[in-house]
Design a protein around this ligand. Structure first.
Ligand SMILES: Nc1ncnc2c1ncn2[C@@H]1O[C@H](COP(=O)(O)OP(=O)(O)O)[C@@H](O)[C@H]1O
Ligand SMILES: [Mg+2]
Length: 325
């Protein structure tokens, strides 16, 4: 299967006060056509930066190394109209929809603009399309909603409108950055169900960011675990839960709350999470790892294939053997 997204040793460095601040450090991750991949990690680990790097919406002065290919096209080389086209074809659903919608324009204008400007549909035809998609995402009374302004819609409805806008672009790849985190629990479940169902129906690939390991497992084929701007492990979601390869994932899984009590934040692991710029030489998780050895401090472990997954831990096989005794 071909990849819709291929991130290869991506490093992003932001300008800092005295010295440049790395926020992503050698991130490699690929997503196949139609595949959903979860990206899980504690706050500050670099999940949103990964999304922003893909659509090239990084803070000013950011230095990017490594490659990002979207459906085979080198995204890093795009400029002007080609870059705008990339952004239009890879929609992002953000945690806070209100920060990403113009408050003084109607929901209808927001939904139909791209159809009218880029696809050259008439206003009427564009509105028909918008109504159909709003129906699909479970927005009742869609025609009336088109005339309303963002502040007249609840957070849940607005996020559904965002999903509708994303689907109207007929993308092959969708980026969702904690799309339900800001919603109340009931609404979270409903919005998540809509997103999951429509994605599957359309065979859409998705990068799904969450701090909820259980949720990632429920909606994603594979899950990647991020720590301090690096990928620590990637595995099929089911086996990641049952047989984590990295001590960090194991610690997260062990600390995970029950399904009944859905996490407000990612389960806590003893110690404080580090951002990439604070990470020591060697393994970034070393200072918090129960299995750390001198060798872990010497060299940074590369992501490598172990069993059916990938892991960045030199002791992965050894620890696996112990846990299987
Ligand atoms: N605009 C910015 N300027 C400088 N540093 C930033 C900016 N946005 C995020 N960071 C830093 O980049 C790192 C990764 O942030 P982010 O990708 O937002 O984390 P996550 O989404 O996993 O919580 C953090 O250390 C954060 O403080
Ligand atoms: Mg984030």
């Amino acid at each position: 299967m071909s990849d819709v997204l291929d991130i290869d040793h991506l490093t992003v460095t932001l300008p800092g006060g005295n010295r440049p601040k790395p926020v992503l450090n050698g991130v490699s991750l690929s997503i196949a056509e139609g595949e959903a991949v979860g990206l899980v990690g504690e706050s500050g680990s670099g999940k949103s930066m990964t999304v922003r790097a893909i659509v090239r919406l990084l803070p000013p002065g950011a230095r990017v190394e490594g490659g990002i290919r979207v459906r085979g096209v080198d995204a890093g080389a795009l400029r002007g109209a080609a870059l705008r086209e990339l952004r239009a074809s890879v929609p992002v659903i953000f945690q806070d929809p209100r920060a990403h919608i113009n408050p003084v324009r109607t929901v209808g204008d927001f939904l139909t603009e791209a159809l009218r400007v880029h696809r050259r549909l008439s206003r009427r035809a564009a509105e028909e399309r918008a109504v159909r998609v709003l129906d699909e995402v479970g927005v009742a009374d869609a025609r009336r909603r088109l005339r309303q302004y963002p502040h007249e819609l609840s957070g849940g409805l607005l996020q559904r409108a965002m999903i509708a806008a994303a689907l109207l672009a007929e993308p092959r790849l969708l980026l969702a950055d904690e799309p339900t985190t800001a919603l109340d629990v009931t609404t979270q479940a409903e919005v998540m169900a809509v997103l999951d169902e429509l994605r599957r129906e359309r065979g859409l690939a998705m990068l799904f960011i969450t701090h909820d390991l259980e949720l990632a497992a429920a909606v994603c084929d594979r899950t990647a675990v991020m720590y301090a701007g690096r990928i620590m492990e990637v595995q099929a979601s089911a086996s990641l839960h049952e047989q984590p390869l990295h001590p960090y994932t194991a610690a997260l899984a062990a600390a995970r709350p029950s399904l009944e009590r859905r996490a407000e934040r990612l389960a806590t692991v003893p110690g404080r999470p580090l951002s990439a710029f604070e990470a020591p030489d060697g393994c970034a998780f070393g200072p918090r790892c129960a299995h750390v050895r001198e060798s872990c401090r010497e060299r940074r472990p590369e992501l490598r294939t172990v069993v059916d997954g990938q892991v960045a831990c030199v002791r992965a096989e050894e620890l696996r053997a112990v846990s299987h005794d």
